[in-house]
Design a protein around this ligand. Structure first.
Ligand code: ATP
Ligand code: MG
Length: 579
């Protein structure tokens, strides 16, 4: 590609709304442009990178035995009603009607559609296993689209769905997908970690998320400092034992806490430790209203609570519901004297607590000296809080550390949830119809590129890992009006193209400083500069994007293509920083 013909609008200033570095750099480097909230146009440079990621995904998915298909993006409501998700998926599902007033949605995921396909085509165990994937645009009406391609509403996903005869066969497919994912993210040059993840309301089946380690990640990973345990905090069990307190029972009493609502305000005002306070949260769910209790210094884990309830939907209740369940207002609510019958779940850490403080369900008042069994019924206890640094590693009892991560991929054992709902069966060897055992496997293509930039950049711009760089090499001709320089550039450009490199010839009538800046900004791994030395010594200069001022080599023009090949080969054998 010739730079003079390339649609590559780089910019110096970035819109204020771009918060994270990948979003800023993708805008500045002319990779993407925003159309509307969460909707982006991919420009040539951005699309090239996405296509490289897709190419790696395709190779690895095909090698692992999956086959590519392409399913419709517009999906009929009937299918979603069959799976029960038309009601439960919530507002991320963009629904619409056609001219006949029939309901449809834009696919946020494709379990329903793939089941509709497979149930008509797969008859017997002989047709299994089957693993189908697609690389396609998804639409999710995210509540908070942000960070550019990281969390957009329209985005490209690779999604695969596997079909097996039983759990054992699914285990094998799952392992193969897991390994393929490791290879994919390795080849993309990412520092990533597979972590145990929540399986939602399905429960019981395994799931792993592939997390790119980055400070800007929206997910938090709990890692063990001693063993290789790592899990999404949403999932990690909180196991610390709380010894029962053996203080004598105090009398329950009302304490005045005017305007003190938060844990800090109440405990500060009363001069007690947050460990002595019971925090009360009211949720609404498809299983009815729920009251959840956690210790003042702990935080509720909604994912655990949702799983415990086997709920499809769980959200914090609005003020009206809070007061109808408790009789109090937010900040002053507590579990004593709740209105009517409501399920109350206490966190395990509250089992041994005595003489605690909690809201009195009356504005500006709390209760102190509260005890289970005497002042209120014992609640149901379960692990419903977020793990903390003081909890032991669930595997080896070592210390827990927290890291931030960007979820780029997700593998999931679905079991028979969808095959049962959508009647996807096969006949076994005895001719008995059985539900097919499924798995699903997603990768966000745009998010992978954004995550790579989060991990690989400096103050001058992107430092692309070579396998996903839009171009592998740029030839910067210092003065295009100089015939010797330009003809050397053309010659080298031809040589490199012939050797199969993705090369950009910077043939613009621009100052060399501008060219070098743009080459740095766009993160092209290797720059070959053709300047005055071509005339004096017949030499060019090769410089890696990862190198500072020093470290450049200056081979003869005739050797430059071969030297580039050697450099790339060396890069392929090195760590992610040089890939
Ligand atoms: P998240 O928790 O980040 O919303 P998810 O659990 O909803 O992700 P999946 O349904 O597992 O995501 O989708 C598979 C992959 O698609 C994710 O691992 C991620 O890489 C990508 N993805 C999901 N939502 C978005 C989005 N809004 N924008 C870009 N990529 C996304
Ligand atoms: Mg999501």
């Amino acid at each position: 590609m010739r730079y003079s013909k390339l649609f590559l609008p780089t910019i110096k200033e970035v819109p204020a709304e771009a918060e994270v570095i990948s979003h800023k750099l993708m805008l500045r480097a002319g990779m993407i442009r925003k159309l509307a909230s969460g909707l982006y146009s991919y420009l040539p440079l951005g699309l090239r990178s996405l296509k490289k990621v897709e190419g790696i995904i395709r190779q690895e998915m095909n090698a692992a035995g999956a086959q590519e298909v392409l399913l419709p993006m517009v999906q009929p409501a009937e299918l979603w009603q069959e799976s029960g998700r038309w009601e439960h998926y919530g507002k991320e599902l963009l629904r619409m009607k056609d001219r006949h007033e029939r309901d449809y949605c834009l696919g946020p995921t494709h379990e329903e559609v793939i089941c509709a396909l497979v149930r008509h085509e797969v008859r017997s165990y002989r047709d299994l296993p089957l693993n189908l994937y697609q690389i396609q645009t998804k639409f999710r009406d995210e509540i908070r689209p942000r960070f550019g391609l990281m969390r957009s509403r329209e985005f490209i996903m690779k999604d695969a769905y596997s079909f097996d005869v039983d759990d054992e066969a699914l285990d094998k497919t799952y392992q193969a997908m897991y390994r393929a994912y490791c290879r994919i993210f390795d080849r993309c040059g990412l520092n990533f970690r597979p972590v145990e993840a929540d399986t939602g309301s399905i429960g019981g089946h395994a799931s792993h998320e592939f997390m790119v380690i980055a400070d800007t990640g929206e997910d938090i990973i709990a890692c063990c400092g001693s063993c290789d345990y790592s899990a999404n905090v949403e999932l990690a069990p909180a196991l610390s034992d709380e010894p029962g307190q053996d203080a004598p029972d105090e009398a329950m009493r009302r304490v005045h806490t005017p305007g003190k609502r938060s844990v800090e305000e109440v405990t500060g005002y009363l001069g007690i430790s947050p460990k002595c306070l019971v925090k009360t949260l009211v949720f609404t769910s498809d299983k009815g209203p729920i009251v959840a209790l956690v210790r003042g210094d702990h935080n509720i884990n909604e994912v655990k609570l949702k799983r415990l309830l086997r709920a499809e939907r769980l959200e914090l209740a609005d003020n009206l519901t809070v007061s109808s369940v408790t009789g109090g207002e937010a900040g002053f609510i507590g579990p004593v004297g709740l209105k009517g019958r409501v399920r109350v779940i206490g966190d395990n850490a509250l089992k041994g607590i005595k003489n605690f403080v909690t809201g009195a369900n009356e504005s500006d008042w709390h209760l102190a000296g509260v005890n289970w069994g005497r002042d209120l019924a014992w609640p149901e206890f379960s692990d419903i809080r977020l793990i903390t640094k003081s909890d032991p590693c669930p595997r080896c009892k070592g210390g827990i550390e927290f890291k931030r991560g960007i979820e780029v991929g997700h593998v999931f054992k679905l079991g028979t949830k969808y095959s049962e709902a959508l009647d996807v069966t096969y006949l076994d060897e005895a001719g008995v119809a059985r539900p097919i055992v499924m798995g699903c496997y997603g990768i966000g293509v745009g998010r992978t590129v954004a995550a790579a930039i989060e991990q690989n950049h400096d103050e001058n711009g992107i430092i692309f890992p070579r396998p996903i760089a839009p171009f592998e090499c740029v030839i910067s001709v210092v003065d295009v009006t100089d015939e010797a320089m330009m003809s050397a550039g053309e010659r080298l450009y031809g040589d490199l193209l012939e050797s199969g490199f993705d090369v950009l010839l910077d043939d613009r009538r621009e100052r060399p400083g501008v060219k070098f800046k743009d080459a740095d900004l766009t993160g092209i791994p290797l720059r070959i500069t053709i300047g005055r030395r071509i005339k004096e010594e017949g030499r060019v200069e090769l410089k890696l994007r990862t190198q500072g001022k020093g470290g450049a080599t200056s081979p003869l023009l005739d050797d430059a293509a071969a030297e580039a090949a050697v450099i790339f080969k060396a890069m392929d054998h090195m760590g992610s920083a040089l890939k």
